[in-house]
Ligand binder design. Structure first.
Ligand code: ATP
Ligand code: MG
Length: 389
């Protein structure tokens, strides 16, 4: 019997998301080639990495070489890839999702404008391009607020809190102000939401427009960095579930997105007869940290479904394993005693092989249990060990 032909896809970015995409690709006969700016990336052990960066040049041709001819496509795992590079690559191969998804997701203002155009509620915001504009804006804005750069923010970077108008200049400085914000998309002043909790929905949209959503996830952040996700998010009733899925599907459809995307929400507390509110914060046009639990906890992982979508294959089921409750904890800044972690029965460890640095995501662990109680018990054991630094 002849071996089936291997398909190679090109992935822009070679971080842990790329690594997990490649791991999901192997059983499907999909190989990955990566483009990144640095050598020794988390994806280096699982595929060839061309580490000459995202500027337009002959190395992009090498990256794309043979991909289209072999039935592959180009996709991305890093959302701050220059849109020009993605567009340039469309001359060599199909790029999915289309560069438009990147373009909107890279700019917080455009992201919020997209939400508004789809009637998806979001925190109140004001666009500011200079310190002067910020000084004016804070005079007429509910404080406290968060100032966020429109471009290049991640893991809470490029953000500063403003409690009173006097904080404006300092906050502008903190986010890079004159140097990196002015002339580079500006910033948004964002109403601080006293949320009850954070939720996200990871969805996949296929080539035929079908959208499938994973169960909503409850997320906890510390210092702007995701520390933990629980799936399914407890206490999400039918009405809220429908609202979450509708929002994710609307974003995917509006962008004609093919592949995985994730939308992050704040849920506010119900009070004085008013129901809880959902406010969309941002979306990511790619596989997402709040979907890592799907590797063990769902019928098809977000990584496999992303590959299926971009390769125009039928989508896999996004359902959880029957009756399962999953928790994912990020390992941030440093690893706890590895043996102690591995002794927790059923716990799965994912090491991205990154060097330790404060605030850096080095790996994650996943727990999947048949009851919420059992899941929470193990989660307690994990949380007593990790991220203590
Ligand atoms: P990431 O890429 O990791 O999702 P990010 O740097 O793009 O993060 P956001 O998701 O906007 O930035 O913010 C990070 C976290 O900061 C949020 O998950 C939330 O905990 C907090 N945060 C952001 N905006 C607000 C807001 N308007 N009100 C309250 N908290 C907020
Ligand atoms: Mg976020």
């Amino acid at each position: 019997m002849m071996a089936s032909p291997t398909v190679t896809i090109g992935i822009l970015g070679a971080g842990q998301l790329g690594r997990m995409l490649a791991l999901a690709g192997l059983p499907l006969g999909v190989r990955c080639r990566f483009l990144d700016a640095k050598p020794n990336c988390p994806a280096s052990p699982v595929g060839e990495v061309i580490h000459e960066g995202f500027k337009i040049g002959p190395h992009l041709d090498r990256f794309a070489d043979g991909i289209a001819a072999g039935g592959g496509v180009i996709t991305y795992e890093f959302e701050n890839v220059p849109v020009e590079a993605a567009e340039h690559l469309t001359e060599h191969a199909t790029v999915r999702p289309s560069p438009r998804s990147l373009e909107v997701a890279q700019d917080r203002l455009r992201e919020r404008e997209l939400f508004a155009s789809l009637r998806i509620d979001a925190p109140r915001h004001a666009a500011v391009h200079t310190l002067d504009e910020l000084e004016v804006a804070v005079g007429d804005f509910p404080l406290p607020a968060i100032l966020k750069t429109c471009r290049m923010g991640y893991d809470g970077k490029g953000q500063a809190r403003i409690k009173s108008p006097g904080d404006a200049a300092g906050a502008w400085e903190t986010i890079g102000g004159h140097h990196s914000v002015e002339g580079n998309g500006g910033a948004i002043l964002d109403e601080m939401i006293p949320f009850e909790r954070e939720l996200s929905v990871v969805a996949v949209r296929g080539i035929d427009g079908e959208v499938r959503c994973y169960p909503p996830v409850e997320n906890m952040h510390r210092d702007g960095i995701l520390v933990r996700s629980i799936a399914p998010a407890p206490g999400v009733g039918e009405v809220m579930l429908a609202a979450l899925e509708k929002a994710a599907a609307a974003v995917a459809e509006e962008l004609d997105h093919v592949g995985v995307l994730a939308v992050e929400f704040f849920e506010t507390k119900a009070k004085e007869g008013r129901p809880a509110r959902l406010l969309a914060n941002e979306f990511a046009p790619r596989v997402h940290n709040t979907g890592h639990w799907t590797i063990e906890g769902a019928a098809t992982s977000q990584f496999e479904n992303h590959l299926r979508a971009v390769l125009a294959m039928p989508l896999g089921s996004t359902e959880m394993m029957a009756g399962a409750h999953a928790a994912m904890v990020n390992i941030i800044g440093g690893w706890p005693d590895r043996e102690a972690l591995l002794r927790i029965p059923g716990l799965r460890v994912h090491d991205y092989e990154k060097s330790a640095r404060p605030g850096r995501k080095l790996g994650h662990v996943t727990i999947v249990e048949a009851s919420e109680g059992a899941m929470r018990e193990k989660l307690g054991a994990v949380e007593a060990m990790v991220n203590k630094g």
